[in-house]
Design a protein around this ligand. Structure first.
Ligand SMILES: [Zn+2]
Ligand SMILES: [Zn+2]
Length: 244
């Protein structure tokens, strides 16, 4: 017990004594939870710009909403992602998912926090894992990110509000319709009274087509949430949309 305590203290002290390292490549940097100059130039920050609703880049237009969102306003009223999906953003997501690296969740939260408005009655809700996967992995990577975001923003995070009631197959390679069907009805709100009148900010690590988030949003709206937003670490964006 005493040894364990000493070890944990030593680790704590070491964390502070060791110089901060680039979150992507590991070289020593000046700032904790940041990137070195080389990695910084190769990541594509998506930030707060783009379509006011879906967050995808808008080019050569003075419109603030893209044609897709205008034609059919999505259930998620505001989607923002820190980075485009790339080698670097993927490597952080994988290291978090398989290593429970709290330092990585802190890095992600650092870049995601500026994208979350803190006015009004907001609640951070991580996209849940099915309990079998949670049991196998031991933690939900999105819940770790939500907890770090909560610390930074002073907005409550609740990982128990939403549950995944059945296992869903990997969505890779499926058409949009197949994906929608695969996740339809897979999420349930435990206690709707916690959501009433609130803006729910779904927190996810990687956003691909959005069908999982969409299914979460449907369950949250049905349970009485006033508005659904989403913030993710990385987002798969068509390369043509990133060209400048
Ligand atoms: Zn680096
Ligand atoms: Zn849009």
């Amino acid at each position: 017990m005493v040894t364990a305590l000493l070890l944990s203290c030593t680790r704590h002290v070491l964390d502070f004594a060791l110089p901060p390292r680039c979150s992507a490549c590991g070289v020593i940097v000046a700032d904790v939870h940041s990137f070195c100059a080389d990695c910084w130039t190769s990541v594509e920050f998506l930030g707060a710009g783009g379509c006011k609703t879906c967050g995808l880049p808008l080019h050569a237009t003075d419109a603030d909403t893209c044609a897709v969102c205008l034609a059919k306003p999505p259930r998620i009223a505001r989607t923002r992602s820190a980075l485009a999906y790339s080698d670097i953003s993927r490597s952080l997501a994988i290291r978090l998912k398989y290593g429970r690296k709290v330092a990585i969740a802190k890095t992600m939260a650092r870049y995601m926090a500026p994208l979350v408005p803190t006015d009004g009655d907001r609640l951070l809700v991580p996209v849940p894992l099915h309990r079998s996967r949670l049991w196998w992995r031991g933690f939900n990577q999105s819940a770790l990110i939500a907890a770090e975001l909560s610390k930074r923003l002073g907005v409550v995070a609740d990982a128990l509000v939403l549950t995944r009631t059945r296992r869903t197959p990997p969505l890779k390679g499926m058409s949009a319709l197949q994906r929608r069907k695969a996740v339809a009805g897979a999420f349930r709100v435990r206690d709707p009274s916690l959501l009433r009148g609130k803006t729910i900010v779904l927190v996810d690590d990687v956003l691909t087509t959005g069908s999982t988030a969409e299914a979460c949003a449907r369950a949250l709206r049905k349970a009485g949430a006033a508005r659904i937003e989403l913030v993710s670490w990385a987002r798969v964006v068509k390369p043509s949309l990133l060209m400048r």
